[in-house]
Ligand binder design. Structure first.
Ligand code: PBG
Length: 327
């Protein structure tokens, strides 16, 4: 042996010692809980493919947020599910749309004690399920969409969002939203940009959660990134930071840890990753079969996201893991 005195196992002998020399930690402050609120429900509706997650009514959303708060979670991201959808996704920027109603309720309840983020996109609100305006030839119109994103951002902030999180992957979206917010006087509102967002098969359960089906068997490959590309994420993220993104995100998480590590190394803004619906569902399904220890795998994956360089993680495990971390 080259180093006969090196015995790494010495530092693994007790739990306290292992924790002392741990290079990475996972804390409840590192977790953001995604929540869904749906219009027109009389009771919360369980999401089949996301066991433990619900389409909430406004009152059940509030109850869930209180429970998260009691477990130490101080940040959530809200998705709205409207009762009816249209070509232009008008529910997204309706001041009385479901997300705005819920944002007002949350902000009234928590004030500044909880970081309230609003996912900013049109797909939950459009009849065709795309994240932007669709032209007659079926393509997504980038620049026409930007105006609606800016409008949505302003309405979300007026309703109480501390942070808006554009997830539509239109070019120039951060600049358009920044301009819209500044013109509305919301110069202090931060933008969390879904900067590197891949066209992933892992969003399946989310689409059940928000009732999105993309028209004509379509997909998002003309705006979300090709999973084959790594360098491209750096370009996407730099562009977002130049346009005014305050925080950047990589999504999904586990399949793109190389991208998380790249962005951590190259950029100095806060960085997060979204452990998405399919990642949660895979763990839940395998655990339900008794094939893995779901809690152990969830902890391992969330820690891996931190190890790769993310400051925090958006995860459907937030509530469950907060409880484990408090033990
Ligand atoms: C788009 C959006 C999606 C998710 C978050 N924002 C779906 C998509 O891009 O198709 C997915 C989140 C998840 O899978 O957990 N508004």
């Amino acid at each position: 042996m080259a180093f006969p005195n090196e015995r790494p196992r010495r530092l693994r002998t007790t739990p306290a010692l292992r924790q002392l020399v741990a290079e990475t930690t996972l804390h409840v402050d590192d977790l953001v809980a995604p929540l869904f609120v749906a219009e027109g429900l009389s009771a919360p509706n369980p999401i089949n493919s996301l066991p433990g997650q619900f389409q909430h009514t406004v009152p059940s959303l509030l109850a869930e947020a209180r429970e998260l708060y009691a477990r130490g979670i101080r940040s959530l991201i809200l998705f709205g599910v409207p009762a009816s959808k249209d070509e232009l996704g008008s529910g997204a920027y309706d001041p009385n749309g479901i997300a705005q109603v819920a944002l007002r309720t949350l902000r009234d309840e928590f004030g500044d004690d909880m970081v309230i983020m609003a996912d900013l996109c049109l797909d939950e609100y459009t009849s065709h399920g795309h994240c932007g305006i669709v032209r007659s030839d079926g393509t997504v119109d980038n620049d026409a969409t930007l105006e609606l994103y800016a409008k949505t951002a302003v309405v979300q902030v007026q309703a109480g969002a501390h942070i808006v999180a554009p997830s539509g992957m239109m070019d120039g979206q951060v600049a358009a939203i920044r301009r819209g917010l500044d013109e509305a006087g919301a110069t202090d509102t931060a933008i969390l940009a879904y900067a590197a967002k891949y066209a992933s098969g892992l969003y399946g359960p989310f689409r059940e959660a928000v009732g999105v089906e993309i028209a004509n068997g379509g997909n998002r490959r003309t705006y979300q990134q090709n999973p084959a590309n790594r360098r491209e994420s750096l370009r996407e993220a730099r562009a977002d930071v130049e346009q005014g993104a305050d925080i950047i995100m990589v999504k999904p998480a586990m399949t793109y840890l190389d991208v998380v590590a790249d962005l951590r190394r190259e950029l100095d803004v806060p960085l997060c990753a979204y452990h998405v619906s399919g990642e949660y569902a895979m763990i839940k399904a395998a655990a339900a079969n008794g094939w893995i220890d779901g809690e152990a795998v969830a902890l391992e994956q969330l820690l891996a996201v931190r190890r790769a360089g993310a400051d925090f993680v958006l995860t459907y495990f937030a509530k469950e893991i907060a409880e484990v971390l408090q033990r």
